[in-house]
Design a protein around this ligand. Sequence first.
Ligand code: 9WN
Length: 468
Amino acid sequence: MTADAGPTRVDATAGVDGIGDAGATRAEAAGTGGPADPAGLRRLAVDTLDANWEHDHTVPSRTLYPHQWSWDSAFIAIGLAHVRPDRAWRELASLFRAQWADGRVPHIVFNPALRVGAYFPGPEMWGTADVPGTPAVATSGLVQPPVHALAALLAYRRAPDTTGLAALRRLYPALVAQQRYLADRRDVAGDGLVCIVHPWESGLDNSPAWDDPMAAVPAEAAVMSAYRRHDTTHADAAHRPTDLDYARYLAIVAAYRDHGYSDRELSAGHPFLVECPLFNAAFGAAEHALAEIATLVGGDPGPHRDRAARITEALLRRLYAPNAGTFQPRDLRTDRLVSARTVLGLAPLILPDLPTRQADALVVEARSARFGVARRMDRPLPTYDRTAPDFEPLRYWRGPSWLNTGWLVRHGLLTHGHPDLAAGLRRSMIGLVTQAGCHEYFHPDTGAGLGSPAFSWTAALLLDLLAD
Ligand code: 9WN
């Protein structure tokens, strides 16, 4: 692993102007290896994506994640649109070929050519083959944040040609069905928001946001002795979720699987039921994007705009914590907001119709010592409040900096008229890759690369940042 928390501190002002010579010196001094100039960075990103391309999709990482993941494909398509637009559309098309009849887009699409054990938990654990309405290919039964409509719209804007328009036209009904599944089947509380049924659905698997709801899931770490975790053979166990986390992940999968992946009567006994601010912000942003896509493909944007407005209103009513000045997840098993301040709470900034009062509060939260967003950032954006006593700089979503959450916050800052802060964040993110390469995540103090060293969405979103 290249996960040494090396001594070099990221000078986050490397970037826009600063990814030139000064960046070169730093990258070379760090010895870990991102190239210093924009052309070199772009080449690294394209090479990473090319190396991870697998017949009709991009794997997030050849070692850790050798199949296709749902929200990864969306972020990857945004980057591919700059350099390989044809692949951007193939990426999304292959994912949506695995869409279930009920409209759910599975979070993993398994590559049947890979050996058993190439990833844990594999198809045998999910057992989706016999579930009615599933595709021919093996998949998981969970979903991930629906960032795909936004990705498709941005991809089209980057490459607005007839091929793109035809692809958008084909994707549109599938994107609508994805939203309909979430709205009709996953509104467990009946409040207009989507409920996630597993931390993996959030995409931020072991975020401190899930500690309280996870504590109620009965499981023993010892059950993991019966399984072979694949992730800890490729990454340092101290940088990954714990065995107790995994025992609970498996228990929740088993509960959903044994319920036939049905969303009926989940509130009666499913062990994990949470409304996540990032997931629901993506859900709302998807309706905004679909309104624009509908206009492009000759559909009616009106119903999408109405639904978008209702989602924003529900987010404000159910997940905004005025005293904290941020959004927080709601645990539906206790009907209480989770108080941990994580980057998930900043995600509603991506909603263009977020009222000024809450948008301003989120900007205050982003600029606070907890997250440190600034015109000149001295450290990267963490995924968790860096002043919290249980902040963990190495462990996955419990502190490290990730490009996708940074990209979403930056998108939100631009949406709400904060170009200077957005520029600071962009410089910081480019600085991370300049110093360490296309890592999966980064040490939130030193910027050292953590997790997979050739991670696809880091490469893809870097391309998007470089192009802006
Ligand atoms: C479980 C693929 C995925 C990302 C998630 C990230 C991680 C999987 C894992 O990798 O999750 O879905 O095995 O840890 O948390 O956001 O989509 O990159």
